[in-house]
Design a binder for this molecule. Structure first.
Ligand code: SF4
Length: 413
């Protein structure tokens, strides 16, 4: 049974991230807070899973006596087995084998569990073969492994039968799906197969790599009615010199050409991105190239970060680290610049009628509903509608991170 209060739990499992340092520090602090609970209730089992577990392994057992088990990123299917061992013998253990397990999904039952009444995430691949020089993912998630498409399609059909209308396909490098599995569908083939599943109204995916954005995938945005008009396409830097040091595998011009093609086949597409400032060796002119890139492309939204070393990555050994204050200043400048663009983009929605998939009641106002446009904007509007309904909403006001609207008559098509 799920409980809301950790004091009532028999099992506490922390699923962790280590892409940046902050989430890792947060896990250590939560573990500290759990120590008194374990003292009070020695039968309580505490486990740590995910990327930090993979990175730290046995160290977590050595450092935190309250932790009973550590479960690596390719060992999650062993959770029940490990809990049985702990309950029977009380042994503390770390299971962190990484590349030996070819398909950790194979032994799992199909999940088929929506994360809301209307939407669900579906993991379609794990790991990454790209080795961007700043990124810890290949070190903690291992090499790229794609799930068999028949399992993915079956899971999505099950979700559709449960009333799910929108699926988001997940993977560290989602659009290289199938590349390492000879005879398997490629990513656009998978999207085309999902398009045929009755009941599913919307398809999304994240996160894609610009290098793997093929012409066939670009064409899907013009051809597949269920594929939402949104792509998250991390650029990371506008400077070719920095992109090379990052080992991203494309130049800014190559990226720009793909953006132009996307807008050609799908003029309404919303494009969001990730940017890093203060990468080792980033000079003022490299940073200016990033600013120019934002001005040229006009992304709908940007997630931006100040570079920080991650252990074991190639970039962590690069010299010429950018001083913290310079990195902070560049981040502020970049965010201020993009904020204006995002505001303009949101403002352009005012007066338009958009299709919104209702996800539930608004968090801030129980008399209102909340949902998303096909372009991934959050919309709040008066009235209670069942999750999963597709409602026509006229946008009356744009904010920095959401839109406000009124339901149109008729509300449904
Ligand atoms: S493609 Fe993404 S997940 Fe893979 S190494 Fe690069 S940043 Fe990390």
């Amino acid at each position: 049974m799920l409980v809301n209060n950790p004091r009532e739990a028999d099992l506490i499992f922390l699923n962790t991230c280590t892409v940046r340092e902050k989430p890792a520090q947060k896990v250590y602090s939560i573990l500290g807070r759990l120590r008194p609970l374990k003292k009070k209730n020695p039968n309580l089992i505490i486990g740590v899973g995910g990327c930090l577990a993979q990175q730290e392994g046995e160290n977590l057992l050595a450092r935190f006596a309250q932790v009973d088990f550590v479960l690596g990123t390719k060992e999650f299917n062993r959770l029940l087995e490990i809990l049985n061992i702990i309950e029977k013998s009380g042994t503390r253990l770390a299971a962190t084998e990484l590349n030996g397990r070819i398909d950790p999904y194979a032994e799992l039952p199909l999940v088929g569990e929506p994360n809301s009444a209307a939407t669900a995430f579906v993991s379609i691949m794990q790991g990454c073969d790209n080795f961007c020089s700043f990124c810890i993912v290949p070190l903690v998630r291992g090499r790229e492994v794609s799930r068999p498409s028949r399992d993915i399609l079956k899971e999505i059909s099950l979700l559709a039968q449960k009333g799910v209308k929108e699926v988001t396909l997940l993977g560290q490098n989602v659009n290289s799906y199938g590349k390492t599995s000879p005879g398997e569908l490629d990513f656009s083939g998978l999207l085309r197969a999902i398009q045929e599943i009755p009941g599913i109204e919307r398809i999304r995916f994240t996160t894609s790599h610009p290098r793997d954005l093929t012409e066939s995938l670009i064409e899907c945005f013009g051809q597949l009615s269920k594929l939402c008009e949104h792509i998250h396409l991390p650029l990371q830097s506008g400077s070719d010199r920095i992109l090379k040091l990052m080992n991203r595998g494309y130049t800014f011009q190559e990226y720009l050409q793909k953006v132009k093609r996307l807008r050609q086949v799908c003029p309404d597409i919303s494009i969001t991105t990730d940017m890093i400032v203060g990468f080792p060796g980033e000079k003022e002119e490299d940073f200016q190239a990033s600013l120019e890139a934002l001005g040229l492309i006009e992304f709908d939204e940007m997630f931006s970060f100040q570079y920080a070393d991650r252990p074991g990555t190639k970039a962590s050994s690069l010299a010429e680290k950018v001083p913290k204050e310079i990195g902070e200043r560049r981040l502020r400048e970049l965010q201020t610049f993009q904020k204006k663009i995002t505001q303009q983009k949101n403002k352009a929605y005012e007066g338009k009628t958009v299709q919104v998939l209702v996800e539930g009641k608004s968090k801030n106002c129980p008399e209102e509903s909340t949902g998303r446009t096909r372009t991934n904007r959050i919309v709040n509007f008066p009235g209670i509608f069942a999750p999963g309904r597709l409602v026509n909403v006229r946008i009356v006001q744009a904010y920095a991170h959401s839109l406000r609207g009124e339901v149109q008559n008729p509300p449904f098509n």
